[in-house]
Design a protein around this ligand. Structure first.
Ligand SMILES: [Zn+2]
Length: 235
C-alpha cells in the first residue's frame, strides 16, 4: 500500500464530518414530525373534549326535560286529590306524588352533578384550545428553524463532498477499490486511528509486524474488524 497515513487520516476526518452533517440533516425532519405529532394529539384532545361536552349537555337537557314532565304530572295529581272519591284512591295518589317527588330529588342531584361537569369540561376545552394555538406556533418555529438550518447544512455538505472527492483523488488502484468498498459499507467506521498498540475501532492488539508497517507510515487493515488503521503522524 502506497497511501500515506496522513491521507487516510484526512479521509477519516472528512468522512466523519460528512456523517455528522448527514446526521444533523436527518434530525431536522424528525424534529418537525415530533412537533407535528404533539400538535395532532392536542387537536385530538380538543375534539374529544368537545364531544364530551356535547354529550354532557344532551344528558343535562334530557334529565331537565324528564324533571319538568314529572313536575307537571305531580301538579296534575295534586289537582286530582281534591276530586278523589274514595279514601283508597286518595291514598294511592298521595303515594304516587311522594314517589315522584323523591325521584325528582334524586334527578336534581344528578343534574347538578352534570352541570358541574359541564363547567369543568368547558374550562378544559378552553385550555386545550390554548394548547393547540401554542403547539401550532411551536411547529411553525421548528419548521422555519429546520429549513434555515437545512440550507446551511446542505452547503456545508456540498463543501465536504468536494473536499472528499479531492482527497480521494490521492487514492488509486487496489487501495482505492478497498477504501471505496469499506466506506460504502461502514461510512466513517471504515477507518480507525491506532490507539497504543490497538485498533482504535475494535481495541484488538495488533501484531508487531502490523505495527511496523504503521510505523513506516503505511495504513493497514485491522485483521479483526476490517477497518483501515492509520497512525496519527503528528504524534
Ligand atoms: Zn479493529
Amino acid at each position: 500500500m502506497s497511501v500515506t497515513a496522513s491521507l487516510v487520516q484526512r479521509l477519516h476526518r472528512i468522512n466523519r464530518q460528512k456523517t455528522d452533517l448527514n446526521g444533523q440533516l436527518a434530525r431536522g425532519p424528525r424534529l418537525v414530525s415530533a412537533a407535528t405529532r404533539k400538535l395532532q394529539a392536542a387537536v385530538q384532545h380538543v375534539s374529544d373534549t368537545r364531544s364530551e361536552l356535547t354529550k354532557l349537555k344532551v344528558a343535562a337537557d334530557s334529565k331537565q326535560l324528564q324533571m319538568r314532565e314529572r313536575e307537571e304530572k305531580i301538579h296534575k295529581w295534586r289537582g286530582n286529590l281534591n276530586s278523589a272519591k274514595e279514601n283508597r284512591e286518595y291514598q294511592a295518589l298521595k303515594d304516587q306524588i311522594a314517589a315522584d317527588e323523591q325521584a325528582n330529588l334524586v334527578l336534581s342531584d344528578e343534574i347538578l352533578e352534570i352541570l358541574e361537569s359541564i363547567d369543568a369540561t368547558t374550562d378544559e376545552l378552553a385550555s386545550a384550545e390554548e394548547q393547540v394555538k401554542l403547539l401550532e406556533s411551536e411547529l411553525a418555529e421548528v419548521q422555519s428553524q429546520v429549513a434555515e438550518r437545512k440550507v446551511v447544512l446542505e452547503s456545508d455538505l456540498a463543501r465536504i463532498n468536494s473536499e472528499l472527492a479531492e482527497a480521494e483523488q490521492g487514492l488509486s488502484g487496489e487501495f482505492k477499490r478497498e477504501y471505496s468498498r469499506l466506506v460504502e459499507a461502514k461510512g466513517e467506521d471504515a477507518m480507525a486511528e491506532l490507539e497504543g498498540n490497538c485498533c482504535g475501532g475494535c481495541y484488538q492488539s495488533l501484531t508487531p509486524q502490523k505495527l511496523d508497517q504503521l510505523l513506516q507510515g503505511q495504513p493497514i487493515i485491522c485483521p479483526s474488524c476490517g477497518r483501515l488503521i492509520y497512525q496519527d503522524h503528528e504524534r
